[in-house]
Ligand binder design. Sequence first.
Ligand code: NI
Length: 250
Amino acid sequence: MSRQLSRWSMLAMALLGATSAASCSATTGAEPQAQSPSQSASEQVDCSVQRCVALTFDDGPDQFTDELLDTLKATETPATFFLIGSKVQKLPGTLQRMAAEGHQIGSHTWDHSDITKLSAQQLKQQLDRTDAAIKKATGQSPSVFRPPLGHHDKAHNQLVPYPLVLWDIHTHDGRLKNSEKIVKVTMDTVQPGSIILMHDPRKTTVQAIPEMVSQLRAKGYTPVTVDQLFAGEMEDSVVYSSAPLDPAQQ
Ligand code: NI
């Protein structure tokens, strides 16, 4: 009897030890860091178990970008912006706000050039000028790149010092110019891990976002940045068009 008790107490002690060690490391890992409220909320997202989706906006900043930022802030929705360098210098305040409110910032070249038609030197200049403009406005460099028109090839990809982000959902917002249709196209085709292509210089696109976010959330989707969608595991010069993980099929 006493031998049995002592075995139980040893087991209990071992379990207690394991529990306290686990809770100790968990506490250490969860140390709060200085960041904006939207960042801290969204960084808790685990896209390996949640139905994540990345809203992405190209060709800005432009006249409706601040209105879009208002919507994203009101709905606590992080997004990713692929910016045109020559426009960035015209709206530094919008850029500062974009960065401060936790959105991911990417490059979309200086003047929307098809990178497959550029020399290595021209491509470098396009990327460097855009990087400098974004850095001047926000203090940070772009972390991802989207090739204008989606045009890319192996030789040019090798020269791009960022992950190349394409999309799996083309909303055709430039052609549709209709908020309801933009939402419908998205909702008809979205799946966990999707990257949605939109354009913030389009008024009807910006006006579609409140309803799109509402419908996505109603279907159990969590909007995240591209970086969050891939859990920060992206490589330079590699092309991504959606996240490989599909929680719905786990
Ligand atoms: Ni574009």
